[in-house]
Design a protein around this ligand. Structure first.
Ligand SMILES: [Zn+2]
Length: 244
């Protein structure tokens, strides 16, 4: 049962989702990889929406060049671990949500410790290698997931139900580097609003995924170009040669 305070907190979206669905969200565990440009708005919106637990996996510290897009952080946070700062800010926003922080780089050796009871997995990293890893973990552990990438004015986003819909490798092949959503880290440029747009879209996909809503980016890659304000959906199908 939602408390009177929760009913008020979530009142502007209750009606569009039911109280029962909100209760369900408040019992869900989302694991988010990366809390940078995509991950800042993503985490803010997941926490504002009211999920049960958000596990954040990130090993980086805050630097001044992060501040054009990584809206969780401010000048006083320079040099601090992103996980530490994120936990404080997200707790202040919504104490309903338990924030777990993992100060580590996700690898194919440590993932089981962090992800075993996750209901949803979301990649907000800036590394193609990590995107492939998140894909493979999601498939292996049978956890639905969303992956996004951004650079300059452009972004791409897709969601996957393991074994049922096309995965990241179905689209981008075997390589850990080539043909990926790209390694969109420095020195490639990125506008804050591009990361903000795609991060918010990821939050929508995660929430719809947790509630099994329609209209998700399944068997679909959306390509966003904010310079020309174009949104293009590309239909995908599972690659019979892919491991998924
Ligand atoms: Zn596949």
């Amino acid at each position: 049962m939602l408390t009177p305070l929760q009913k008020e907190r979530y009142s502007r979206h209750l009606g569009k989702i039911s109280e029962g669905e909100q209760e369900s969200l408040l019992s869900k565990h989302v694991v988010q990889v990366g809390i940078g440009g995509l991950g800042s708005p993503l985490a803010y919106y997941l926490v504002a929406m009211g999920i049960g637990t958000l596990t954040l996996i990130e090993y980086d510290t805050v630097s001044i060049s992060n501040l054009n897009r990584q809206i969780l952080y401010s000048i006083p946070d320079l040099g601090s671990l992103k996980t530490d700062v994120a936990k404080i800010k997200l707790n202040e926003l919504n104490p309903d949500v338990k924030i777990n922080i993992i100060n580590a780089k996700l690898t194919n050796k440590n993932y089981a410790d962090y992800i075993s009871d996750a209901d949803y997995l979301v990649d907000a990293s800036d590394s193609a290698q990590t995107k492939f890893l998140v894909n493979d973990i999601g498939i292996k552990m049978n956890i639905p997931f969303t992956i996004a990438g951004v650079r300059e004015f452009e972004g791409q986003l897709m969601s996957v139900i393991p074994h049922k819909t096309a995965c990241y490798r179905c689209v981008f092949g075997k390589s850990d580097i080539e043909g990926a959503l790209d390694n969109y880290s420095d020195p490639i440029g990125i506008f804050g609003f591009t990361a903000g747009t795609l991060g918010a879209m990821q939050a929508a996909e995660v929430i719809k995924g947790l509630l099994r809503k329609e209209g998700r980016l399944l068997n679909t890659l959306i390509m966003v170009d904010l310079e020309q304000m174009q949104f293009l959906q590309v239909k995908l199908s599972k690659n019979p040669k892919c491991f998924c």
